[in-house]
Design a protein around this ligand. Structure first.
Ligand SMILES: C[S@@+](CC[C@H](N)C(=O)[O-])C[C@H]1O[C@@H](n2cnc3c(N)ncnc32)[C@H](O)[C@@H]1O
Length: 239
């Protein structure tokens, strides 16, 4: 179970634990072997920082890439493109085709611009839509080897339930930001009501995922906390 795994991995709960976690990630930073940045990825990271657009950090990306190296996916669905950073990096490093969905106008336009400028533009299809309403039947191929959930924190379970029927039998579901920048360890009274609500929803999602009868999940306290879920072989799809 996630919280126990996390507290075990980082020593103890609370902000002290988070400090240790971030120190640990900083140590990992020096050991990254897979990620190859280029001028475009550096420009995207700078844009994201200046404009406060949350994108995956190197530690999270390296962790995902380690799994994808083993998985060798051909098709990936990303829920929440932001400016197209994750999709361009993943397409560059794996060669997989990526379908990605973004609802915010500005992020969508920026993602289109960056994807078009990238060396993997032909591998990525971006859709401007609310992923909770997106009609996936419009796609020619609706089967995915990997689904990456990285959109509104309040709706992770709904994203999971909506897209899980389109995951290949041996597919991998990835959920990002489950540490929610450390807020899941912060005392409730120190959080604004909005953050408290989102934190509760993220924790509820993690607990739901941990107990899901059809998935085996590992929760890793790397990046901003990532869960990797494999379908239990032989479990029924709802579709
Ligand atoms: C954390 S960012 C994604 C970062 C991106 N995956 C990366 O690492 O480069 C979350 C994005 O999800 C988008 N989003 C939130 N809820 C959404 C929804 N229901 N449908 C589509 N996009 C959504 C937000 O507008 C935001 O751009």
């Amino acid at each position: 179970m996630w919280l126990y795994t996390t507290s075990f991995a980082i020593g103890r709960k609370g902000n002290k634990g988070m400090e240790q976690l971030y120190e640990h990630n900083m140590i990992l930073d020096t050991a990254f072997k897979i990620i190859r940045h280029d001028d475009l990825s550096r420009e995207m990271r700078e844009y994201a920082e200046v404009n406060n657009v949350p994108i995956i950090d190197d530690s999270g990306l390296e962790t995902v890439l380690q799994f994808l190296k083993l998985k060798k996916p051909k098709r990936i669905l990303e829920v929440g493109s932001a400016i197209g950073y994750w999709s361009t990096m993943i397409a560059r490093h794996t060669g997989a085709e990526i379908v990605t969905i973004e609802r915010d106008d500005q992020n969508y336009e920026k993602a289109r611009e960056y994807i078009a400028k990238s060396s993997v533009a032909e591998k990525i299809k971006i859709y401007k839509a609310d992923a909770l309403e997106f009609n996936i039947a419009l796609l020619e191929d609706t089967r995915f080897d990997v689904i990456f959930i990285d959109a509104a924190k309040s709706a992770y379970q709904r994203f999971f339930e909506k897209y899980e029927p389109f995951l290949a039998d041996d597919g991998l579901m990835i959920s990002d930001n489950l540490l929610f920048h450390g807020h899941i360890f912060t005392d409730k009274k120190d959080l604004s009501s909005n953050l408290r609500d989102l934190t509760r929803k993220i924790k509820t999602y993690s607990a739901w995922l941990a107990e899901h009868p059809n998935y085996e999940t590992i929760f890793l306290p790397l990046g901003d906390g990532i869960a990797f879920s494999y379908r239990v072989q032989g479990s029924e799809k709802k579709i």
